[in-house]
Design a binder for this molecule. Structure first.
Ligand SMILES: *[C@@H]1O[C@H](CO)[C@@H](O)[C@H](O)[C@H]1NC(C)=O
Ligand SMILES: *[C@@H]1O[C@H](CO)[C@@H](O)[C@H](O)[C@H]1NC(C)=O
Ligand SMILES: *[C@@H]1O[C@H](CO)[C@@H](O)[C@H](O)[C@H]1NC(C)=O
Ligand SMILES: *[C@@H]1O[C@H](CO)[C@@H](O)[C@H](O)[C@H]1NC(C)=O
Ligand SMILES: *[C@@H]1O[C@H](CO)[C@@H](O)[C@H](O)[C@H]1NC(C)=O
Ligand SMILES: *[C@@H]1O[C@H](CO)[C@@H](O)[C@H](O)[C@H]1NC(C)=O
Ligand SMILES: *[C@@H]1O[C@H](CO)[C@@H](O)[C@H](O)[C@H]1NC(C)=O
Ligand SMILES: *[C@@H]1O[C@H](CO)[C@@H](O)[C@H](O)[C@H]1NC(C)=O
Ligand SMILES: *[C@@H]1O[C@H](CO)[C@@H](O)[C@H](O)[C@H]1NC(C)=O
Ligand SMILES: *[C@@H]1O[C@H](CO)[C@@H](O)[C@H](O)[C@H]1NC(C)=O
Ligand SMILES: *[C@@H]1O[C@H](CO)[C@@H](O)[C@H](O)[C@H]1NC(C)=O
Length: 504
């Protein structure tokens, strides 16, 4: 079993190469113009030697000794609070990487999500041609390709939320457990606040702050408009960007849609539905996999009752997040029924890694969340709604977990919307995405009525890098009723559905 990686927690909503055959995605041929900007203070980029800013996800010893000329790295000083001018008490420095050809035809922004997912390595991978993700951008060589590490991460004024806080594997359901979550969350918040600079930065980590950073870089590069490929959490920043700066929007693709038009409460309920759908997908996969230990049991007879909190937590966190490996899951579950549940171990290394990942995730996630009532009673209502749709009594999901924590994070926002915007964007999700359930896509379409919606029939979070067959998608033009998700047993399993795809 692969060990814990930040990807499985912080990759909130991950990665997404087929270029979908729809005019809304045709970047090539549409230049983003460079013109003199008219308003706002435009900062000067400080160009850097990329050798000094190698992304943490890349192994420096595997990089060529001479970096290509197309790879460029830079810093930009931006206001911490974009509603005020830059000054000594109001600035932070954000860091980015680009693949820059000569005479670029326009600007493409790439955001891999997270929240707080490292972004710069994608520009490196493209410039160096060193990974599947990098080769996913083939065809876009004539454009400036920009990836910005979001504020609070990597080289962009990173937060330090290190503490010894360890979260339990269970969702609080009693007042005492709720109080315990409060204590742990307070420990994390206090660590972030005491150890991060500049003072007050935790108040300015909302999607709208990130969107303003994007716009500062766009302006500093001298572009009038930009294109976007935003994945997962990057779909929230993208949608907020479109709302704030509609005149800057070129071609925007939101892949693995988080939605700026859904309450945290509803998102939580949708994710529990999605988790139950994924169990059925694992069953459908098992039925066509003779090596699956439950194969002979047939439909829906396949799963034993799972009761331990740790197993419940590990299923969504380790096995089903981003790109599920159903073979691995079915084998692990079978071993658990035979008395070996080691693949579902929570305590120790997993709990420490997960808790550290959660600490840096919530600093970016909770400030976007609108929670009108943070009482235990209101939280109990969420649990009751979850229970009503929780067919297989899973009780745990990452968003449910974050929902509990955000009750106690002192900073809240309003990204849950609505945020109406008339831009023509392309919104993409898959039927059996756990991180950003297809219900979120539908609500985002309510916010973005001129957008085209694509539902990919299959598994995994994000579609850009893995959708290979136009047969397995449904396209909904603006105004059309969006149907889905499909029956987990009717969508074919296999490579075309994304099964066997590996993001690592
Ligand atoms: C960047 O730094 C490396 C290592 O110090 C050096 O070899 C290289 O010449 C520098 N590149 C530029 C463009 O200054
Ligand atoms: C940014 O803030 C630092 C102190 O945090 C200060 O030294 C620096 O001069 C400021 N930069 C600008 C451009 O105001
Ligand atoms: C990028 O790498 C792939 C696989 O290693 C190779 O097939 C392709 O030719 C490379 N592209 C360029 C532009 O070097
Ligand atoms: C983060 O804070 C911890 C605890 O105070 C400290 O030990 C560690 O050195 C800090 N990390 C960085 C990168 O500053
Ligand atoms: C929470 O922390 C307070 C103060 O540190 C302590 O008195 C209380 O027992 C803790 N409550 C729980 C449920 O852990
Ligand atoms: C699973 O749990 C349900 C409800 O608790 C029970 O009715 C059923 O018999 C259990 N199934 C197995 C296979 O243990
Ligand atoms: C979107 O377009 C509709 C119809 O033209 C208009 O009523 C509405 O105000 C527009 N909304 C925004 C946010 O521009
Ligand atoms: C989404 O937002 C729009 C307005 O932006 C609103 O009309 C709609 O009811 C919202 N909800 C859903 C679920 O679409
Ligand atoms: C796409 O899937 C369909 C249906 O399974 C199949 O007939 C077709 O060959 C596939 N196309 C590609 C390019 O894989
Ligand atoms: C399972 O395999 C059978 C026979 O190969 C095929 O007809 C069926 O569509 C497959 N089911 C799924 C869910 O892929
Ligand atoms: C999925 O898990 C199986 C069993 O552990 C393993 O053999 C296979 O390589 C994994 N597939 C991917 C894409 O990681």
């Amino acid at each position: 079993m692969s060990h814990f990686s930040l990807r499985s927690t912080a990759q909130f909503l991950g990665l997404a190469g087929l270029v979908f055959a729809h005019p809304a995605l045709e970047i090539v041929g549409h230049s983003s113009h460079r013109v003199a900007h008219t308003s706002g203070q435009v900062q000067q980029i400080q160009w850097l030697n990329c050798t000094d800013f190698v992304p943490s996800t890349l192994d420096p010893t595997e990089l060529p000794s001479t970096l290509p000329d197309e790879l460029r790295c830079g810093n930009l000083v931006v206001p911490m609070d974009h509603s005020k001018e830059i000054c000594a008490s109001n600035n932070i420095t954000i860091n980015f990487a680009m693949r820059r050809p000569n005479n670029p035809k326009g600007l493409i922004m790439y955001s891999p999500g997270g929240p707080g997912g490292e972004a710069n390595s994608f520009a490196w991978s493209f410039a160096l041609n060193i990974s599947a993700e990098g080769s996913g951008f083939v065809g876009l060589e004539d454009y400036d390709f920009l990836a910005i590490d979001v504020r609070g991460t990597e080289y962009s004024n990173p937060l330090n939320c290190t503490s010894d806080a360890i979260f339990p594997s269970s969702i609080p359901s009693t007042q005492a457990q709720f109080d315990e979550f409060q204590n742990i969350t307070t420990t994390v918040y206090n660590a972030c606040e005491a150890q991060s600079t500049p003072q007050g930065i935790l108040n300015f980590l909302r999607s709208e702050d990130l969107a303003s950073d994007w716009d500062s870089v766009r302006a500093a590069l001298g572009y009038d408009t930009m294109h976007l490929l935003g994945l997962s959490y990057g779909t929230l920043t993208g949608a907020i960007y479109a709302e704030k700066f509609p005149e800057r929007v070129g071609r925007f693709v939101l892949d693995g849609v988080g939605s700026t038009n859904i309450t945290l409460h509803t998102y939580t309920v949708s994710q529990i539905k999605a988790l139950n759908r994924l169990l059925l997908r694992a069953d459908a996969y098992c039925m066509n996999d003779t090596s699956c230990p439950f194969n002979s049991l047939g439909k829906a007879g396949a799963y034993p009752n799972v009761s331990a909190d740790d197993i419940r937590a590990l299923i969504p966190l380790e096995f089903f997040a981003t790109a599920p490996n159903f073979t691995e899951f079915n084998l692990a579950l079978a071993a658990a029924t035979q008395g070996d549940a080691s693949a579902f171990t929570y305590n120790g290394e997993f709990a420490a890694g997960f808790s550290a990942g959660v600490a840096s995730t919530v600093a970016l996630f909770c400030p976007d969340a609108q929670i009108p009532d943070t009482s235990f009673d209101a939280y109990t209502n969420v649990l009751n709604e979850v229970a009503a749709v929780d067919t297989y009594d899973m009780r745990f999901s990452l968003i449910l977990f974050l929902n509990a924590i955000c009750n106690f994070w002192p900073i809240h926002g309003d990204v849950n919307g609505p945020h109406p915007d008339n831009s023509t964007m392309l919104l993409v999700s898959s039927d059996f995405d756990l991180n950003t359930p297809v219900e979120n896509l539908v609500s985002q379409a309510g916010d973005s009525p001129n957008s085209v919606v694509i539902i990919r029939h299959g598994d995994d979070h994000g579609s850009y890098f893995e959708a290979t067959n136009q047969t397995f998608i449904s396209v909904f033009e603006p105004g059309q009723t969006i149907s889905g998700p499909e029956d987990p047993y009717l969508v074919p399993v296999g490579a075309a559905a994304g099964d066997g795809f590996d993001y690592e």
